[in-house]
Every structure is written in structure tokens, then in C-alpha cells.
Design a binder for this molecule. Sequence first.
Ligand code: NAD
Length: 299
Amino acid sequence: MSAEPVGFVGVGRMGGPMTQRLLKAGYRLCVYDVSRDAMAEAERGGAAVLASPAAVADAAETVFLSLPNPNIVQAVATGTQGLIEGKRVKRVVDFSTIGPRTAKIVAESLGGRDIAYIDAPVSGGLKGAREGTLAVMVSCPKPVYAHVEDILKTFGKPFHLGEGAGQAQVMKLANNLLAAAAMAVSSEAMVMGVKAGLDPKVMLDVINSSTGRNSATQDKFPRSVLPGTFDFGFAIGLSYKDVRLCIDEAESMGVPMVVGAAVRQMLAVTQALYGADSDFTSICRVIETWADAEVRSPR
Ligand code: NAD
């Protein structure tokens, strides 16, 4: 059991199970979240709940973040009652997907107070967060990485991608563009097959033994589309944010993303129809509605 507590701000769908892994590994934990329900859940799990990000940064040298978007990360890290006001904090490990620009801004502000920013977005979804099998994409100076590498293994497999804040974000945006594209185009293919009379379960068996297999056909369709539960655990608003950040970044670098732009519009349509909190797998519902065919099969 470690005497020194670690801090965690943002204990939602990802942060919640990630804090459970820290507690199971024997770390003492203090947390903050704006949601009372999320705080109550963390307290039941054994974490101490505190009143603000600054209070967490007063209590812990290492503070983890898992927050929804760039503006919230910036406010929590550098705003009033933010981590930057904490007396004890030495390093902030940010698991949120916020894009390279905000990562650089936050790293610079925290650096002005001798607080290291560790850019560390993750991939692997709720299952990965629960089971400790996330890919953790990290960019920060090597000595800082050496300090956090072991604790990052609590969550999965860390990859050190470079020294500069933002590099890990670029890696994460590239991955999430691919995941969203796979979900969108797999929905089109699956709806076409079902409308032609194919069994969706058999279709997935064939695709997953063939060249079309991807993370949507292997995981998202069997788990959340075929049973009609649409509960994979990743909100459409978050996926839309990721693809927007990706395309904006690519454009600013002179990298055209014609296919990516179509994926971005599919996410915009899904969010408009089902709301930002609806599940990412709801993309398939849009195509189903347009085509008047449903991709369903009992488990
Ligand atoms: P979530 O909305 O479930 O969790 C975010 C938490 O942050 C919530 O509990 C919310 O109450 C809290 N929060 C919001 N504003 C806050 C503030 N000002 N101060 C303190 N807490 C605040 O989202 P999530 O799905 O857990 O995703 C978190 C991050 O991880 C996002 O950046 C997302 O893109 C990324 N991510 C998510 C997944 C996934 O599968 N869900 C996978 C990889 C990465």
C-alpha cells in the first residue's frame, strides 16, 4: 500500500474504472468530479473525494485527468481552483482526448509553475479501462516518462511516442478517425447485406474471417448493434469531437482528408438525430432508418 496518494479528476465512464484499477493496485486515491453521482461511486470504491481540482493538487504529487473536451481540460488544469493552484502537484497525466493544440497550451502553462504535463490519451474503451488493457499513448520528456511508466502499466500498455506535448494526441486522433470510419462504413455494408436478405451474424463471421474485418465488425457490432442495445460506452459527442479535432489539425498541416470529412458528417448527422450522449454505435441506426432495414440478431 502506498502512503502517498495519487489524484484523479474526471471519474466518468473511463476514469471510474481506471480509478478502480489504481485502488486494486494498492494506491491511495483522492478524486474530484463535477458529477455528484460519479463522486459517490468513487467514494464507494474507496477513494477520498475532494472539493476542487486545486484540492486534489494540494494532496497529490501525481494527478490524472480523464475529461470530456479541450475547454474543460484547460479550465481544470489552469483555471481558477484549477490544478495549477495546488501546492503539492508535480505532474499531471492527461488521459483525455483534446488535440495537440490544447495539449501544448496546457503543458506550457503548467510548465511555468514547474508542473510537468504528460500527454497520455488512451484507446481500448470501457472494457480496456476495466481490464487494464488500454493502449496508453504518451508524449513527455524521457525523465518524466521514466517516473510514470510503472503506474501507467496499471491501465494497460504504455507507448512513449516523443518528448513534446501534443504528439500523443496526434497519434490518438489518427486512431480515432480510423475507428469512426470503420464504424460508419461497416454500418453501410451491414445494412446493405441485411436488406438483401443476409443474416447479420453470418455476415460478421464472414467479414471477420476476411479482409474487411475491423474494430467495428469484431467488437462493436456483435456487442451493441446486433442485440440492439447501442451501449458500447463511447458517446457520439466524444467521437464527433475527436474527428473534428483530427480534421482541423490535418487541414492546418496541409493534409487533405476527403474520406475523413465524410465520416465527420456522418457523426454530425448521428449527433443531430440522437443527441451528443447517445452511443457511438448509433451511427448504424442512421443508415438503418435511411434504408428501412435493421441489423439485429438475438445473442
Ligand atoms: P465521461 O463523460 O463519461 O467522463 C468525463 C467525466 O468528467 C464525467 O464524470 C464528468 O462529470 C467529468 N467532468 C466534466 N467536467 C468536469 C469538470 N469541470 N471538473 C471535473 N470533472 C468534470 O467521458 P469518458 O467516456 O469517460 O471520456 C473521458 C475522456 O476519455 C474523453 O476525452 C474521451 O474522448 C476519452 N476516451 C473515451 C473513451 C471511451 O470509450 N469512453 C475511450 C478512449 C478515450
